[in-house]
Structure formats: C-alpha cells, structure tokens
Design a protein around this ligand. Structure first.
Ligand SMILES: [Zn+2]
Length: 88
C-alpha cells in the first residue's frame, strides 16, 4: 500500500466498517471522507466494501445465502447481517 501516504491510511481502512455502520462521530466521518477524497486506494477499498455489505445484506433479507456461508461472512466482517443478534 505504498501509493497511500501517511499513517491515516491504515486508520481510514480500519474505520471503514464503523463508518459504514454509521457508528462514528460527525468529526470522525468528516476526517475519513476527507481522506477518501484525496486517496484513490482507500476510495476504491471503501466502494468495494460498501457495495459488498449492501449486497450481502440484501441477499440475506431474501434468504439467498446458505446459513453456513452467511455465518462465515458475518465472522469475516464482524457484522450481524441477518439481524439475529449473533455474529456467526
Ligand atoms: Zn488512503
């Protein structure tokens, strides 16, 4: 990830999930948005992540994901996609 300069690149990626889940403060979100504007690498990572989460969430509402696959995805993202209160 040499194309991304500065330490806040890793910070940004680390906080993408929180950002997507809207768990960050406004100030933190502004910081990330600012970083994404100037950093193509993080921006594409963010887009990918956001789209993936959306697709998974939708598929899971439609029951199109096998339970064992879903639990693996949930553990991978550390996110409760099907809203059953359990990750995995
Ligand atoms: Zn970056």
């Amino acid at each position: 990830m040499d194309a991304c300069d500065g330490p806040d690149c890793n910070e940004t990626l680390k906080e993408l999930d929180l950002f997507l889940d809207a768990e960050l403060s406004d100030a933190a979100r502004d910081g990330i948005r600012h970083h994404l504007d100037g950093c193509p690498d993080c921006h594409s990572a963010f887009d990918f992540h956001a789209e993936l989460k959306q697709v998974i969430h939708q598929k899971c509402q439609e029951n199109e994901i096998p339970a064992d696959l879903l639990s693996r995805i949930e553990r991978c993202f550390d996110t409760d996609f099907d809203g059953d209160g359990v990750i995995g």
